[in-house]
Every structure is written in structure tokens, then in C-alpha cells.
Design a protein around this ligand. Structure first.
Ligand SMILES: Cc1cc2nc3c(=O)[nH]c(=O)nc-3n(C[C@H](O)[C@H](O)[C@H](O)COP(=O)(O)O)c2cc1C
Length: 337
């Protein structure tokens, strides 16, 4: 396989915070790690009022591989934010969000996927942000269009390229599809011949190493972005990288390794959050680790009923032990609280 394929970790609000990004760096194999989307307007207003930064920027300063994803619809606000990120935060990249379909962003704020209707407007935004970011690469993440009747990803991608962006990431769904149906990789592939030089990154529904290889081999993309699968398997990039480089694929972690990973994730979260919030955040990831294991539903119920560190790790230690499959396991019977 072509060894220069790039592997990107997707921006995911509520997940891709500092602790998760650090886990991805520790596992390795990933080239770009995106933050959660950050509101440019909140940044500018918060700084004016209180010299504080949005909590989503926690840890970003000096972080390696990090690209901050930003959203708004004002070229001025976005470029002001981009300039600060480039000069004062030392980020590795800036990604513009033109894909979010959530009502708060695309409806009330006329941003995210709302802007797909206006390729020229997107071009204006990208042009200004590229200038403001200086040497820092600027990418844009889009969807195929707003609805099935208005698919215009080629026009939008061309506007993004002409405006000087360093790459375009395409989630192969329309905004109105949200997450339903399947990502349309043929529609992503159709964009490639219309771009002159910037890389095209495909995104959507890559769940396994095999899926990743299939997309890279069969579609004319320069790399792939993975979101949800990395929540469940932050080690997936390392496995895909090994496959690309024709090395043996590292195995899935053992229960012992999973327990160590959960403890490390907790310690990383605690750098930013108090005990309760760290546990609440961690629960979301741990529930995914249990997927496919026996009694995972009972385990999820138990784990989601505690915010206490000791109880939480007792449950983890019991579930991810060799006795997991024992029907008398107290986690399974719901006796441990
Ligand atoms: C919980 C969650 C939060 C997301 N937050 C963002 C976001 O902040 N910015 C963005 O551009 N996309 C966001 N997305 C979309 C993902 O980046 C990605 O495009 C989508 O999940 C499809 O890729 P996947 O099938 O690999 O998950 C989010 C997706 C999920 C599931």
C-alpha cells in the first residue's frame, strides 16, 4: 500500500478532549488529531470579558499533532480566532467546520453545514482564515451537501481549494441525513478529479482495520478520517498504520491492558476535571470497551450508576478480569454499587 496515506482522528464534541487526544498520541499511528469544534465567537467574547479561554482549548497549547476545529459564519471572527491559535497557541493546524448539522450550529447560528449552500461564502471564509493562520495549514471539513437534492460537494471543495486551503475532509453524508444510512464513498471519490492539488480525506463509517484498507485501496483519497471507531478503539490508528506499512497488526489489548488504559485515561482526565466529571466522561469510553463482551449491558448499567472513583474502579477490575464470564460475578448480578 501507499505508505504516505494520512490517518486523521475526527473532531467529536464531548469526546476528543485533551485526555483522549493524549491517549491517541500514546498509541500512535495517527497523523492529525482534531479537537472538539470550538466556537470562534465564544473565544473572542470570552476573552474580551474575562481573558479566559473556552474549556475546549484546555491542553492545546504546545500539543503535538493537534488541529483545532473552529466554527462560526463570520470571516472576521474566524480569522481573528485563527490568528490567535496560530500565534499564541502554537497549534499544528486549523480545521473549519462546514459540516455540523446540529440545530444549534446549522440552524440558530447559520454556521456549520448551513454554509454548504453558499460555496462562495465558504471561499471567502477560507481565504481570510488562511491569511490569518500564516504558515499553519488550514483544512475544511464538509458534508456532501445539505440534502440529497442539493449535493454540491464538488463546488464546495473547489471553492475551498481556490481559497488556499491545505486539504479538504469529506464526510460522505448530507447534512439532512445526520448519521443515518451509509456514507457514500463514491460521492467522495467523485471529488478527487475535480481538485488540482490539495489532498482529499474521506470520512464515514470506517469501523475496522479492514474497512480502512478497503477505503484506501478502492477510493482515490489521500487519507482517511476516523471518528466513532476510535472512541471504542483508540489503538485503531496504530493497527491501520501497521497494515499500511506491511507490518503485523498489533493485537487487541488484553483485559489487563484495558484496565491500565482506563486508569491512565482517568489520570489524564483528572488533570482537567474533578472526580465526578472525570468519571462521567470516562464512562462513555468504557461502555464502548465492553461492547461485544458478555454481560456488557449489565456492566453498562452498573458503571453508569456510580460517580465515585473507588466504586468505579472496583467495577472495572471485576468486569475486566478473567472471571468476567462467571455468572456469579457481582457486577453482573448488580450487587456492587
Ligand atoms: C459524538 C460526536 C461528536 C461529533 N462532533 C463533531 C465536531 O465537533 N465537528 C465535526 O466536524 N464533526 C463532528 N462529528 C462528526 C465526526 O467528526 C465524523 O464526521 C462522523 O462521526 C463520521 O465519521 P465516523 O463514521 O468515522 O464516526 C461528531 C460525531 C460524533 C459521533
Amino acid at each position: 500500500m501507499n505508505k504516505s496515506y494520512k490517518l486523521l482522528s475526527a473532531p467529536m464534541a464531548g469526546f476528543t478532549n485533551y485526555a483522549f487526544r493524549e491517549l491517541l498520541r500514546i498509541f500512535g499511528g495517527v497523523d492529525v488529531i482534531e479537537t472538539e469544534m470550538v466556537s470562534a465567537r465564544s473565544f473572542v467574547e470570552l476573552e474580551l470579558r474575562s481573558s479566559e479561554f473556552p474549556s475546549r482549548l484546555w491542553g492545546v497549547c504546545g500539543e503535538s499533532l493537534v488541529t483545532v476545529q473552529i466554527w462560526d459564519n463570520s470571516p472576521d471572527t474566524l480569522s481573528e480566532f485563527a490568528s490567535r491559535l496560530a500565534c499564541d497557541f502554537g497549534v499544528c493546524g486549523i480545521d473549519l467546520n462546514f459540516g455540523c448539522p446540529a440545530d444549534r450550529i446549522a440552524g440558530k447560528s447559520a454556521s456549520g453545514s448551513y454554509l454548504l449552500r453558499y460555496p462562495d461564502r465558504i471561499g471567502d471564509i477560507v481565504k481570510k482564515v488562511v491569511v490569518a493562520a500564516g504558515k499553519i495549514p488550514v483544512t475544511a471539513k464538509i458534508r456532501l451537501g445539505c440534502t440529497n437534492d442539493s449535493i454540491n460537494a464538488v463546488d464546495v471543495a473547489q471553492a475551498i481549494e481556490s481559497a488556499g486551503a491545505s486539504g479538504v475532509i469529506v464526510h460522505g453524508r448530507t447534512a439532512s441525513a445526520m448519521y443515518s444510512g451509509r456514507a457514500d464513498w463514491d460521492a467522495i471519490a467523485a471529488i478527487k478529479p475535480k481538485l488540482k492539488k490539495i489532498p482529499l480525506y474521506g470520512n464515514g463509517d470506517i469501523k475496522t482495520v479492514e474497512d480502512a484498507v478497503e477505503r484506501l485501496e478502492n477510493y482515490p483519497v489521500d487519507g482517511i478520517m476516523i471518528g466513532r471507531a476510535a472512541i471504542a478503539k483508540p489503538w485503531i490508528f496504530k493497527q491501520i498504520r501497521a497494515k499500511i506499512e506491511n507490518r503485523p497488526i498489533p493485537p487487541e489489548p488484553s483485559f489487563e491492558e484495558l484496565k491500565n488504559l482506563i486508569r491512565l485515561h482517568y489520570d489524564l482526565l483528572r488533570q482537567q476535571l474533578n472526580e465526578t466529571h472525570a468519571i462521567i466522561q470516562l464512562r462513555k469510553h468504557v461502555c464502548h470497551y465492553a461492547t461485544g463482551q458478555k454481560y456488557s449491558r449489565q456492566f453498562r448499567n452498573s458503571i453508569c450508576s456510580t460517580n465515585n472513583e473507588n466504586n468505579f474502579f472496583n467495577l472495572i477490575n471485576q468486569y475486566f478480569s478473567n472471571k468476567t464470564n462467571n455468572i456469579n460475578n457481582p457486577v453482573i448480578n448488580g450487587n456492587v454499587r
